[in-house]
Each structure stands twice: as C-alpha cells, then as structure tokens.
Design a protein. Sequence first.
Length: 363
Amino acid sequence: MFLRPLLFQLDPETAHNATVSACRVAAKIPLLPWICERSLTFRAPELCTEVAGLRFPNPIGLAAGWDKSGKALNFLDRLGFGTVEIGSVSACPSEGNPKPRLFRLPDDRAIQVHYGLPNDGVETVADRVESARLRIPVGVNLVATNHGPQVPASSEEEILDDYATSIARVHAYADYLTLNLSCPNAEGGRDVFSEPGTLRRLLERVQPLNVACPVFLKVAPETDAKIHERWLMEIDPFECVKGFMFNLPSGQPRSLKLKTPANIWKNRPGAIAGRPVADWIDRCIASLYPRLDHSRQTIIGSGGVFSGEDAYRKIRLGASIVQIYTAMIYEGPKVVTRINRELLELLRRDGFECVQDAVGVGV
C-alpha cells in the first residue's frame, strides 16, 4: 500500500506496466516469492472449490487484462489467488489502441479502459505458459487480433481462423481457455458474435482440435433471456464449453451512476470497469444462472469486486469463481487475502461447508 501514492503519480498505463515488470523481476529474487506467499496466502478448506474438473484453492482469481502477455506468471501464483487468467491474447501480436488508453476514476473506485488488446501474440505467450510452473490453475483469454483502425475490418472467416489458430497453439498448456467474444475496445468485427449462428460456427471450427482443457465464453453483458437461450442452444453440442463470464458494458451507459463529474470522463474513449458495473454484471449472472445445465456449465463472475461481500453476492447469484482486476489497482495484492478472509466468515455465518454449497442460492 505504501507504493500506491508513488504509482498514482505516474500515468496509469506506465504505473501498470511498471508493476507487471516488478512482478516479473521479483520472481527471480531468491526467497522473495516464498516471503510473499507466506504473507499473502490465506488457506481454508471451505474455500477450496472444483469447477469444470479443475481444483482451485480458493474462488478468487485475477482477471485477464492485468497480465496481458503472461510476463509475470511465475510470480502471480504467490499472491494468494485461486487462479490467474492472462490475456487477452491474439494470433498475431498487437499494439492495441493509441495512447492514452487507461484512466483512473478514483472517486468511483473505477477505471476507464481503451487498451484495444495489446499483447505479444500467441506464439510468445504459449511459450511462457508452457515454461511456467504454477501451482494454481492458469487460464488464457483468447481474442481476435486487433490490427488497428487503419486496417479494414476483418471478415467473419478471418476472425474465426484467428481464434482457431490461437486455440490450436496454446490449449495444451493452459488449464482453461476463455474466448473473449465481445471486447468493447477493439474495432474490426467485435460485434460478429451478436449474429445468430456465429458462435456455433466458431465451435465447429474448434471441435476438430480436440481441445485439452475446459473452455469458457466471455460474452456481452446481456440480461435478455432470448439471447441467453440462443447462446445455450448454440453451445449445446460442444462438450468442451464449460460456462460463461460477462464482459464490460461498452461505451459509457447512462445506467452507470458515477460520482466523477461527466466532463472528466464523457469525452474519453473506453469502457468503465470497477465498482460502477457491479450491479449490471450481477443482474446478468442472476439471469443466466437458472438457464444453465449445472451438470455441464458454470459462471465466472467479475465486475466491481472489492470485498468478501462483493464476491459472496456474485457466488450466491450463480458464480462459481470470482475474478478481480480494478481492486488490485486501488488496493494492491493484500486485497486478495482480505476478500478470502471475509468470504470465509460469510460462508461460516450462513452455515455453508464450502463455496460450492453457496453457488446460486440467492437466485
């Protein structure tokens, strides 16, 4: 926490990149990873959970976007997370959108994100995942390459080929994959999966690859039952798909109640992440959960999680795993331990013997 005032003096993206680089270097310093693990890891048998055949020491994960290219993998499993998801990663390296593309909204415990998926490409990232030796499940978030605004929008075939290339390269090394189908900050066909049938065609393209790990779909934050039913119909023949998570709402929806004056954020590009989106994503989880075949599919929850209460609410609404991102920016890695401690107290208060017993009880 003592570093936060210094980091907040820097441009947000510079501060973020410096933190990722520091984690990469820290992994190579003798004893430091062990010291961090001893001070930041909180264990309790009630927090252990199983999702899609994977065993998680606790249900609190690091969301994709924090470590975009897997540079800090060898240190991130020492920070108390139950899982780490890297990415989004594309078939080709990408510079993302022009800078500035990350902004803080501290009064709202939020950020405004317009990265546009910068990453080192799946070839480089797959090598990093293969060489990493993590003791917690690692997910790789995959997306179609953002070639930049100067390049014509990709065709559907090009987008599907891009995903298939990335999946073929990395699936053998990841514990799970998340296919990012609705990034709010990249041009070039980002809405292609809103068209009926496109999701099914993607999965048909993927099926011959015999994917060796569970696949989750990161979809637009919709509460419309008809859209949910269409997703479920299109994935039904494909056993590798084990569930969903919801992306950020695109743009700056009027329904987000922000304390920050509009003249600060209204003319900036990018989606809002953090506390203001929590209720929106909660409604999406609560709407989708009753429609799932719970023997086959689960939900990964994210969006505005800063406390054990926030995580517990998403679990009770139907999420089996809960990811954080913005909380790491504002509170640092100690927030993981605090969330897990608070979550354990809430589970015990309500008489649950494990996380899985609480999933969906609030719907």
